[in-house]
Design a protein. Sequence first.
Length: 454
Amino acid sequence: MGQFPRGFPVKTNLSTMSNIELMGGKLQLYRRGNSSFWWCAASVGGKQRRSTTKKESLQQAQAIAEDWFLTLQGKDRAGILGSGNNFQRAADQFLKEYGVITEGQRSPRWVEGHGIRLRLHLIPFFGDLHVSQITAGKVQEYRVHRMTTYNDPNPLSKSNRPPRTQPPARSTLHDEIVTLRLVLKTAIRHEWLDHLPDLSPPYKTQGKIVHRPWFSPAEYKQLYETTRAYARSPQRTRFKWNAEQVHDFVLFMANTGLRPDEAKNLQHRDVMIVEDEQSGEKILEIEVRGKRGIGFCKSTPSAVRPYERLLARPKPVRAETRHQRQLRRKEGGAPPPPPPLETPQPTDPVFPGNHIALFNGVLSRAQLKLDRDGNPRTAYSLRHTYICMRLMEGADIYQIAKNCRTSVEMIEKFYAAHIKNTLDAAAINVRRPKPSQKKKANPARQLVHSDGSE
């Protein structure tokens, strides 16, 4: 049969010369009856595997078979033998599970955002890699890739927007890493991955503390005085109802701390005017439905009067359209009687419609759209104003967190860090009392008694 150059023991079947055992019986080399090529077979990773050497020479087939077997063993030790458990498969499994498991607990837009981030960025970069090959170094390569190729057109994008002119924001990369972490956790649950790699960003372990856009007390006064003046004399008569709504919206939001989505879901049956047992003042008790599910909020007394106006303001009525008015005038008909006015019902929303354009117009006229750092102010800034003003008045930070349905950590990080009233000057400017200096006795001076003796 001849000598084998690699020196491994070979067991042959002398009767057929078709089956040969190599590597101590772990590797089989055989030839099928209808083929002139040698095939190899081995059990690696708990699975029987076969491959053709595409060689008719026995010595060449043995060398290829041994290389094939050793490669399989190396992949098995590295955990990358299963080609099916790549990132693409883990991402598909994650998308199939996440929407079903979190139904009713996560916003549909947030669930959709995971799919968009995977389709546009994560799968094109990690898709062909086995989940065990996604290491901390590979994740860092992804960050560098995103920061350096942002102005290249993405062929997977479905929008017609031009390429970006600035690198993605820190929050954008954070959201993409969150999606990546969820996919890898899915792989861990299905036993495709042993542990989660370190996904924390290097070199930037602590983000800079920034001001969230809010209105200082002077700016807040300027804002509600502007909205009040516009509500009294709007540009068009038909804008009066919307202008009054925006004015009360500003006062209501800045005295309750609700999120804009919570205010949008708010109905009149969720709000009650009660008398506070501790202070004896009228306040609003609000049942909130929004980002954190169902929660409760107690307003300041300044929110009661705006809500009473919202509750008593008749709902807008739809008059005849311009086309209907033209047809009526052609026919010579009399104008229709005005429809009856209706006050809001318990199931009606407190803030119907969308007043974003009018609110932004008021901010622009008052020159309050941007804060001193150039950050744009939105309706969310009214919530930030509420939290900051409560801290400035000395309210307990834990009670603010409960009332705003957030955490103390978030308030300390984004609000209390830049509010000077949270610093206690008396505790900071402590002075240690100086020890009293005793007068030193003069040794040359003698004690003289009252009788004149020394």
